[in-house]
Design a protein around this ligand. Sequence first.
Ligand code: SAH
Ligand code: SF4
Length: 372
Amino acid sequence: MTAQTGLVNLLGLTQPQLEQFFESIGEKRFRAGQVMKWIHHFGVDDFDSMTNLGKALREKLRACAEIRGPEIVSQDISSDGTRKWVVRVASGSCVETVYIPANGRGTLCVSSQAGCALDCSFCSTGKQGFNSDLTAAEIIGQVWIANKSFGTVPAKIDRAITNVVMMGMGEPLLNFDNVVAAMSIMMDDLGYGISKRKVTLSTSGVAPMIDKLGEVTDVALALSLHAPNDELRNQLVPINKKYPLDVVLAACRRYIDKLGEKRYLTVEYTLLQGVNDQPEHAEQMIALLADMPCKINLIPFNPFPHSGYERPSNNAIRRFQDLLQQAGYNVTVRTTRGDDIDAACGQLVGQVQDRTRRSERYIAVRQLNAEG
Ligand code: SAH
Ligand code: SF4
């Protein structure tokens, strides 16, 4: 139920939840399929447009339900085709969604939380602290808004969005139920019909939740590795202190094994100049991932003010990639897209009201350092 209106927001309901809703108002379950198509295939947000529902049912729905996406604050289209939306969620914070067209694919990068509590040292979202979990409607609402921006309906025919990655703001495994519900709508034929191989959840390594994920879904998994040993990873990805590399890699392995043949883990590795981009790091990574069915995605660091890190030179990036490739790994380097609209990884800032007040602490510390 939406707090402001007291109406049930149908946007974030999975098919079984919507069937239950119709039953609860004394209607047939098959109405769920009809309404889902209107919402997700045709981008409709008013019941009067749903012409295959009788007038009485439409009135009944108007009285108890709504279809409410997050409020669009801005929409930018980059010269390279990248699109970025800033949307406001119920907590008042803003989050970002980015669409990246490349090589015949259209990938939508979706946020799961306003801010993030995990405070990875090189991530601008982390530097803002945590504000709120997004509801399932706010998560799938980002797909709904992006899909509508392409104008053509139904979604299944248009297919501007072929892939979704949960790689926007937030740690998706710390907003588990809402993320799982939204991903289920992404994959449902009555939703966006995206294949399970093309919906990817990226985690910084919340090990027990990786196992829990394997119990309820079979989407693709990406692990934000960023360091090949515990000492360095403890500094860059602080949750490593709780779930160290052997624990998190074992959980990933169980997840991938459960998915079966031809499935693999995507390993994300943000390259930070002089920190984790040396040949010794590549050698350690080669040993660490020896038994893991995986593809490696190197992400050259995207700078933001006061980060304290730099992006390595193209030569250093190539050298790191070559070392891994020579050891037999499939390695891609993520090209930066949408730079001109601040849409690149780690540049997603939104406007988060920090409940942990980390950003204030962070700014205070920076000032102290600068003064000292
Ligand atoms: N919280 C999740 C998903 C969101 S971040 C996670 O950490 O996996 C998506 C990817 O971008 C992660 O691999 C993250 O570590 C990386 N990233 C964050 N800040 C970055 C930056 N400034 N430059 C490059 N990559 C960054
Ligand atoms: Fe959170 Fe991911 Fe950023 Fe780490 S990298 S602070 S987990 S959003």
